[in-house]
Design a protein around this ligand. Structure first.
Ligand SMILES: *[C@@H]1O[C@H](CO)[C@@H](O)[C@H](O)[C@H]1NC(C)=O
Length: 292
């Protein structure tokens, strides 16, 4: 009785934990980087739902406690289609995120535009666990530089390396990365975000570099509603099974109580027998005691 209900509970927990986190919207940066040298080219930001443009989401920036919409504030981006286009100037530094009209927000991405000597090539979009990742240190000329890489302030490996390769990214690889070169100084630190594997469409790990995404394609929506229906269908079944287990447990307890009661009654009988026996053992009460 104990083992099946325990494993059932475990099963329910696993089911609840593995329920798909309905596709989270991320801030997509093109090129997919967090650090840039100041320069003439631009950076394009958009709100991305598993590789698709997320309708109804706006790119925002927080800087110095102030939150602004792309295109609305002076000096903060131009809206171009569903993208927010930023200049690569130091004034574009800030924490960017997506928000919809209900106030739901994506994770933040800190975009750093540097006029110093080195930057770290680190993706802006979360990396999926299980994928490989390569980070490089770049100098202003665009060349990669041999560098000391560090993770959460601690050196990775010993000495310099041309690149930092992480095979099969794990959740524990999430954190702050930077690089330092002998000739060009250190890069700023940036946060690498790691996310679990996608629940559907396991093929694409890198989002398509495609700025005109206007296709109202529905496969992910179909899948989402299928999964929703599946979960909605499973919940009553799980509840029913739990109820059955509960009823059986109650029944079991009741039976055990009854058994205990019967046992109690037996003991009483034996007890009274003993008393009678004891009386017999003492022998008949003398008549003199009854009739003085
Ligand atoms: C905002 O996003 C949340 C989470 O994705 C969603 O539940 C909500 O319906 C969205 N609001 C609007 C107005 O689209």
């Amino acid at each position: 009785m104990k083992t099946p209900s325990a494993s059932l509970l475990l099963g329910v927990c696993v089911l609840l934990l593995s329920a798909p986190t309905v596709s989270a919207v991320s801030l997509s940066v093109s090129p997919n980087l967090q650090q840039f040298f100041s320069g003439s080219s631009s950076v394009s930001l958009s709100c991305d739902d598993d590789g698709q443009t997320a309708d109804g989401w706006t790119v925002k920036r927080t800087r110095g406690g102030l939150t602004e919409d792309c295109g609305a504030a002076a000096g903060f981006g131009r809206v171009h289609g569903s993208s927010c286009v930023l200049d690569r100037s130091v004034s574009s530094d800030g924490s960017y995120f997506c928000e919809n009209s209900s106030g739901q927000q994506s994770d933040e991405v800190s975009i750093i535009v540097s006029d110093k000597g080195a930057i770290l090539e680190i993706p802006a979009l979360p990396v999926r666990t299980g994928n490989d990742l390569t980070m490089r240190c770049r100098e202003r000329s665009g060349d990669t530089a041999a560098a000391y890489f560090s993770f959460n302030g601690r050196p990775v490996g010993s000495g310099t390396a041309a690149e930092l390769v992480i095979r099969r990214v794990k959740q524990s690889d999430e954190g702050l990365y930077s690089c330092a070169t002998d000739a060009f100084g250190s890069s700023p630190q940036s946060f690498l975000r790691v996310r679990g594997p996608p629940q559907h469409r396991s093929s694409d790990s890198t989002p398509p570099v495609n700025s005109s995404v206007d296709t109202p394609s529905s496969p992910p929506q179909g899948l989402t509603s299928f999964l929703t229906a599946l979960i909605a269908g499973l919940v009553p079944v799980v509840l029913l099974v739990l109820l059955l287990v509960l009823v059986r447990l109650l029944f079991h307890c009741k039976k055990q109580n009854e058994a205990n009661d019967t046992h109690q009654a037996d003991t009483d009988v034996v007890y009274s027998d003993v008393r009678i026996l004891t009386a017999d053992f003492l022998g008949p009460v003398p008549d003199s005691a009854l009739n003085p």
